[in-house]
Structures are given as C-alpha cells and as structure tokens.
Design a protein around this ligand. Sequence first.
Ligand code: DX5
Ligand code: ZN
Length: 236
Amino acid sequence: MLSNLDRLRSLRPAVSVGLLAADLLSLGTELVMLERAGIGVAHVDVMDGCFTPVMTVGPPFVKALKTPLLKDVHLMIREPLATLADYVAAGADIITVHQESCTHIHRVLQALGGMTHAVEPARGLVRGVALNPGTPLDVLDPLLPEMDMLLLLAVNPGWGGQTFIPGTFDRMARAKAMIAASGREIVLGVDGGVTKDNIAAIAAAGAELIVTGSAVFDGKAAAANAAYMLEAVGRV
Ligand code: DX5
Ligand code: ZN
C-alpha cells in the first residue's frame, strides 16, 4: 500500500481544494464533484478564534468527510498539542501545524511522528509545518528532520479570498534551497490567494501542493474551475 506521503508525492503538483469555500450543506456532492474532476486532495482550514480571528470547524467536520481524497488538515489553532490526536482520530491524512502557534513546535512534530493513521496505519501521516508570511524561514532549520511538508502561507491566515502576497515567490525560492540543502524530500506547499490567474506561475515556481478555495468554489462553475486548476499546473 502506498503511504500518504508517497500518494501526495505522486500527485505533485497537487491541487488541494479548500472546502470551507464550498456549499457546506451540499458537501457530499461537492466532494464527489472534486473527485470526478481529478482533484486528489481536500484542504480543511481549522481555525480556533484565537490564533485566527474567526472560528471554523473541528474534528467532527474532518470525520464527516467521506471521500477518497487525501484529507489535508491545516490547523490554525493555538497550542495544537492537546488536540492533535482528535484530528488524527478523525481520519486526517495530512496534518499541518503553524510554527507560530506552538510554544514547542519540535515537540508537536515529534508527537505527530508517533501517531498512527486512524483508518489504515500503513498509510501513515504527513507532517506539515506552516509559516505565516511574516515569519522568517530560518525557524525551519531545526525542524526539517521532523517534517514532510512545508506550507508557505501567501496570505495572513484567517479568511479565504485574500490577495496573494507577491513576496511569496521569493520565499518559495529560498525554502526550496533550504530543503535541497537538507537532503530531505520535503513537499513544498503554498496556501492563500491562489487564483486561475496565478496558479500556473505558482506551480512553475516549484510549488508541489497548491491550496485553492474561493477560486474554485466561486458559486458559479466549481467543476470547471477545478478542471482549469489541474490543467494549469500540468496535471491533465
Ligand atoms: C487562509 C487559509 C487558506 C485560504 C484559502 O487562512 O489557510 O486555506 O482560506 O482560501 P483562498 O484560496 O480563498 O485564498
Ligand atoms: Zn489553509
């Protein structure tokens, strides 16, 4: 069986669609639509109203997702150590924690490394570290041995539909160099402000997991938008 990390790598560049922008009362239908469009990853933005101004969803939402898509859980919550296990138990495949939200980020990553996938242990968990746009990349240095994915936020977390911060391209280039120098095969992700207009450039700059929410679920043509995103990154 392919591990979740190998599955994620096989999808590169993967398009991870932000579910909170969907019609949540029709989420089952939306998930089938994404699957049919060829999307491989579903992104869940968990916000606690402390680390981020607003509050969104928690473990029951993750658990309710009946889909073969990888469940990509982005934890924007203060001190996630206490609740990590709940997201794992809910069936998360990828769990990303913010460096800024943890007093002991290294311990959080170690704890994640000791956890087992809830549905099928052999699938394993992908451990991600997210960085806000204002956080220097240097903080990654001691974390690289304990992580599988880096998620660079291209907006300040809290809301969908914000504008991509152009300086993210420079951060991507520097992060790629750090990853290469580490000798580890860490997936480089980008989240926030991804649209039909910039997704091809983001993929060309080396993003291997690209999160896009409101540009897919625009209330008009979600299936066509999803297909467009996949084509733009060269997945079809
Ligand atoms: C930012 C979230 C993102 C964002 C994506 O707080 O982590 O996942 O909502 O939404 P769009 O694609 O609308 O920027
Ligand atoms: Zn996110």
